[in-house]
Write a protein that binds this ligand. Structure first.
Ligand code: EPU
Length: 423
């Protein structure tokens, strides 16, 4: 297993390009199952999770062609199997999202339940209830969801109990081929949902209202091929902005979507960053200053994303003052706090582990650390960058699930970081 070795103290300076959004691309791979013709998806990040999704499609008999620029062509009409096995769904929950498209297009699907996760239990009740509202017949057999339809899905009314990104996307995809109109209320509004809706519409679907809390889908009898470019990954962009701010640096990120990061940018300004936006380029300059701690509450988009919570805690840990970070999306997403405290951070958890109170210290101290989820792992890399001495971040396969060329991008910005194989 690889590890990252970081020698702290470098100030990040330079330019990088934002990668395509993992959480958009993954759902588009599932949505490609709706089409009768081949679809081409570009700006796909080269990540472990993408490889897992491709593996799943290939195991269904779908033909996938990848070129050297990660343009990915998917021919779903070669499909032979309708079963997504436990081995693939347990390693990546987004693969559960093939259930709806398989059911909508082929009238049958057998998909493993994803089970628990390092950041919380993460049930799929809203997905299943939504599919049932469209007429799916669902049975649980040996840890699998076996779903069928009686002559195809039918348009229906779906009201989500709370904001769910995966649930909104899942039902939106399934409803495209349902007979009649589906109205979904209390939908999540994340930019990846809008990107997925654009992709579906290019394939001939009729989806309206994505990005608002009510989405209306008028079912169509079939969907065709198209080409689509995935939006920039706002979480990756936010991660590098936070990393640069934590080190007192100055960076420019090209090909980003600044409009998807309004709250993050405003929090970084509050932390003392000078941020300028020019089209799709974001420039952050700390002018050598130590950041000021910022308090915030994570919540569904457009609020501050849970996927940047760990990274902002890393920044707060070396910032001036005391800050409070409340996590409202996941039940168990503060594992990084214990590792950062081992590096000399002063963070305590309160409110039944829902809130982190961070007393900023002048610097952290390098240590061997590890984390069991993607964003926590990258937050430890940021902690390593601002620590005195060497930090070894173990289990970095988590980082490889979501950050394309992380050490190359950071090295380019001047970080002393390299990948080493574990003994
Ligand atoms: N939930 C339920 N029942 C459901 C669905 C969700 O109880 O049927 C709960 C979840 O357990 C969670 C909350 O509702 O507590 C919100 O979950 P949501 O469905 O919005 O999240 P998701 O679709 O499972 C996606 C991203 C996550 C990101 C969240 C929130 C993908 C592949 N994953 O997950 O990304 O944190 O939305 O924005 O799109 C990551 O990239 O590191 C990551 C975890």
């Amino acid at each position: 297993m690889d590890r990252l070795l970081i020698q702290g103290g470098a100030v990040l300076r330079g330019e990088l390009r934002a990668s395509g959004a993992k959480n958009s691309a993954l759902k588009m791979f599932a949505a490609a199952l709706l089409a009768d013709e081949s679809v081409t998806i570009s700006n796909v990040p080269h990540l472990r999770d993408i490889t897992t999704m491709i593996e799943l499609l290939v195991s269904l008999g779908v033909e996938v062609v990848i070129d050297e620029k990660m343009n990915i062509e998917i021919h779903a009409n070669t499909i032979k199997s309708f079963k997504a096995p436990y081995e693939l769904v347990k390693t990546m929950r987004a693969s559960f999202n093939v259930l709806g498209p398989l059911l909508a297009h082929y009238g049958q699907a057998e998909v493993s339940l994803p089970g628990g996760c390092a950041i919380g239990p993460r049930p799929v009740d809203q997905h299943l209830r939504g599919l049932e509202a469209l007429g799916a017949k669902i049975e649980m057999v040996d840890g699998y969801v076996n779903a069928t339809t009686d002559g195809g899905l039918k348009g229906g009314h779906v009201y989500f109990d709370f904001s769910t990104v995966g649930g909104t996307e899942h039902i939106m995809m399934a409803a495209c081929l349902a007979d009649g109109v589906t109205v979904m209320e209390n939908c999540a509004r994340e930019p990846e949902i809008v990107d997925l809706a654009d992709f579906l519409n290019k394939m001939g679907a009729k989806v309206e209202g994505a990005g608002t809390d009510t989405i209306t889908i008028t079912g169509v009898p079939s969907m065709h091929g198209c080409s689509h470019r995935v939006i920039a990954d706002r979480v990756e962009t936010g991660t590098y902005l936070i990393a640069a701010a934590a080190t007192g640096g100055k960076i420019k990120i090209r090909d980003a979507n600044p409009e998807h990061l309004e709250v993050v940018i405003s929090k970084l300004r509050e932390a003392g960053a000078k941020i300028t936006i020019d089209g799709s380029t974001i420039e952050l300059d700390m002018e050598g200053r130590r950041p000021k701690g910022v308090s915030l509450v994570t919540a569904p988009y457009p609020a501050f994303p849970t996927d940047l919570q760990a990274q902002i805690i890393a920044l707060n840990s070396v910032a001036e003052g005391t800050s409070t970070i409340k996590e409202t999306i996941f039940e168990n997403r503060f594992m990084h706090v214990h590792e950062m405290n081992r590096m000399g951070a002063k963070i305590r958890l309160e409110g039944n582990n829902t809130t982190a109170i961070v007393d900023g210290v002048p610097h952290l101290t390098g240590a061997p650390v590890m984390a069991n989820d993607l964003r926590a792992s990258v937050s430890l890399v940021i902690a390593g960058l601002v620590a005195q001495g060497d930090t070894i971040v173990d289990r970095i396969y988590h980082i490889d699930r979501g950050y394309e060329q992380v050490e190359e991008k950071l090295q380019n910005l001047g970080a002393n970081i390299r990948r080493v194989a574990s003994e």
